[in-house]
Write a protein that binds this ligand. Structure first.
Ligand SMILES: Cc1cc2nc3c(=O)[nH]c(=O)nc-3n(C[C@H](O)[C@H](O)[C@H](O)COP(=O)(O)OP(=O)(O)OC[C@H]3O[C@@H](n4cnc5c(N)ncnc54)[C@H](O)[C@@H]3O)c2cc1C
Length: 601
């Protein structure tokens, strides 16, 4: 079987770089240790090798589809979905009292990454079930929790998040699905939701939808949105009965074709019951808890796909002979046989780009999850610190592995030459699959508005100050090694440039020119995302250098040297991009505001 991820690299980042074991000293996580986590990872890797990877291509070739009122998904899911429950992929992060294992998100995310690199069509099912169950466990009444959470944690029942409507995609304030109070304490739900992932299939005996809707008479906009638990089949004593949730279709997609994306109609026959979660009109706030988790999960998918694509093109480059290396005189030595393409500098550049994006993004993913866990278990000022850091990094994690992941997978496809374009090879599937990551869970445009408009400015720039301190700590450590000093200096210069750009852009906000302030938010995302990745690479390289110097090596010498080399690659080929982006952002000429010249159709 082809390699699709590296357990050695994952363990290195988790334990040596992020020092994930620090979490086990907190009471919440005290029952776990490095050995138990490694056993968990091994079980997920075996499952991924034996069940997920073998049907990855088939799920694309036999996509989920709508047939006569039913959604048909790949038959392998009949066995796979219950296994995701048995292995703990849904329940692991939940509290003991809810039936969970109180596993840190950092380790759960690492496990999901393994499964996702093997087959990115599958982890969305347990992922959304876990997210929906978490909302019920956090905001639901005792009755709702008892009725739904246990069956969801085993993945016997699936879960979804139902936000999007035809006229309300990015703009959730325009949701029109209604909820009318009934005498029995439930609400009658009426409306349509589109693009609902995992929304219907035959391998879950029930599907629990978490639906955003407006209670009759609620205020307009986001302040009038409530959250409801709407099962496909409602509980009536010991039996389940239909709850008037109709599946109208399955969207046919360019990628992630094994993962169904449904169109659902609620209350066509006026008989769809939903149960209010938490307080009325706080629905969007509650849903954001699930959406933040889902954004970390989408970032994870981007990391997983770009990782799998990297190993696929690396293997190809090691096997494909083509052309000859140039001699010192610039001539091709035709007396030699063909060389492997991995020996051509341009192919090596593309492979290093893939490695830099995939492994740097993996570090960012685990860093963000670590801040989440530390926020959860810390107190006072520490708690606030980790909250800000997680909030700042979440839109970047959602976006960088999606956007740069596409570039990286595209380079991977290029390495295969014409074969990269052919269905017989897997790169084209990764290329199609990763495209969704910058669209769902808030497009790149929306994430960028969140980063610059909300996260950078919140509490007078507190999150930016804190991330500056974190980067400063990495710079100080890197500065203890001569080889790393030039890169520490470069990162420090990038931090100064960031201060300049933020000062320039926020100047518009202070003058009340908000559209101008945010007009280049996506450029800012590209700019700051690249710097954050530079920070992660310096961190990876510093840990590698430390291991080489102290001789305290968990991996081979080549492994550590390769980490340092890839960091240098990132600083040479990626970091310089920020200068051009800064120049565009600080240009006084504005070309994209509505008042400028019109676009002609
Ligand atoms: C495969 C798939 C699975 C999905 N799964 C789910 C799911 O499980 N549950 C769910 O509820 N939804 C789901 N979605 C919906 C998804 O979250 C939306 O498609 C997404 O939020 C964008 O909404 P839209 O498609 O209506 O695009 P629009 O909102 O119409 O956006 C179109 C373009 O305009 C830009 N734009 C919009 N508003 C602004 C603005 N204010 N400023 C700047 N630019 C803006 C966007 O960035 C985008 O480029 C899924 C979608 C797909 C394709």
């Amino acid at each position: 079987m082809a390699k699709y991820m590296s357990m050695e690299h994952l363990r290195y980042v988790l334990f040596d770089v992020m020092e994930g074991e620090q979490l086990f000293k907190f009471e919440r996580f005290q029952d776990h240790d490095k050995d138990s986590m490694n056993i968990f990872f091994d079980s997920i890797k075996d499952f991924s090798d034996q069940e997920l990877y073998p049907c990855f291509r088939e799920m694309d070739e036999q996509p989920a589809h709508y047939d006569n009122g039913k959604i048909v998904v790949h038959p392998a899911l009949e066995k796979i979905l219950p296994q995701t429950g048995e292995l703990g992929l849904v329940a692991a992060p939940f509290d003991y009292e809810d039936g969970g294992l109180q596993m840190p998100l950092t380790f759960h995310t690492a496990a999901m990454f393994i499964a996702e690199a093997a087959n990115n069509n599958v982890p969305g099912y347990p992922g959304l079930t876990g997210g929906a169950a978490n909302l019920i466990a956090t905001f639901g009444s005792k009755v709702l929790k008892e009725q739904y959470v246990p069956n969801m944690l085993t993945q016997e029942w699936g879960g979804t998040m139902c936000l999007t409507e035809p006229q309300a995609g990015s703009s959730l304030s325009d949701i029109t699905t209604t909820a009318t109070p009934s005498e029995n304490g439930s609400y009658k739900i009426k409306g349509q939701k589109i693009f609902i992932s995992g929304g219907d299939h035959e391998y879950s005996s029930n599907i629990i939808h978490l639906v955003l809707a407006r209670i009759d008479g609620a205020p307009a906009g986001t302040k009038g949105i409530s959250l409801f638990v709407v099962p496909k089949k409602r509980i009536n004593g010991d039996t389940l009965e239909n709850n008037d949730v109709l599946t109208a279709g399955d969207f046919q997609k360019m990628g992630q074709r094994g993962y169904c994306t449904t169109h659902l109609v609620f209350g066509e026959n006026d008989d769809c019951q939903g149960w209010l979660l938490g307080e009325a009109n706080f629905g969007l706030k509650y849903m954001f808890q699930m959406m933040n988790g889902a954004r970390i999960a989408v970032g994870r998918s981007g990391v997983a796909i770009s990782t799998a694509a990297y190993y696929a093109s690396l293997q190809y480059a090691n096997e494909r002979p083509q052309g000859r290396r140039l001699t010192n005189t610039g001539q091709k030595d035709l007396s030699q046989g063909q060389t492997l393409i991995i020996n051509h500098p341009d192919v090596r550049r593309m492979l290093f780009l893939q490695k830099a994006v995939a492994e740097g993004s993996l570090a960012l993913m685990l860093q963000t999850a670590l801040y989440h866990d530390l926020h959860m278990v810390s107190e006072g000022a520490e708690k606030e610190k980790y909250y800000f850091l997680e909030e700042l990094l979440t839109p970047i994690l959602k976006t960088y592995p999606a956007e740069m992941g596409q570039t990286s997978v595209s380079n991977g496809l290029q390495i295969l030459g014409g074969y990269g374009f052919c269905s017989e090879f897997v790169l084209q599937q990764y290329h199609r699959d990763i495209r969704i990551m910058s669209l769902y869970e808030g497009t790149t445009g929306i994430q960028s508005l969140d980063l610059l408009g909300r996260k950078v400015t919140m509490k007078g720039g507190k999150a930016m100050m804190l991330i500056g301190q974190e980067m400063g700590a990495t710079i100080n450590e890197a500065n203890t090694y001569d080889e790393l000093k030039p890169y520490a200096k470069k990162l420090s210069e990038q931090m100064h440039l960031t201060t300049k750009v933020v000062g320039f852009l926020t100047g518009f906000a202070q003058k009340g020119e908000f559209e101008r302030f945010l007009s280049d938010a996506t450029l800012f995302m590209d700019f700051f995302g690249t710097i954050v990745l530079g920070w992660q690479w310096l961190k990876l390289a510093t840990a590698a250098k430390k291991a080489l110097v102290t001789g305290d090596k968990t991996q081979t010498e080549e492994f550590f040297e390769s980490q340092i080399h890839t960091m240098k690659f990132f600083f040479k080929y990626e970091i310089p991009k920020t200068a051009g982006l800064a120049q565009s952002m600080m240009d006084t000429e504005v070309l994209t505001l509505k008042e400028e010249k019109e676009l002609i159709l």
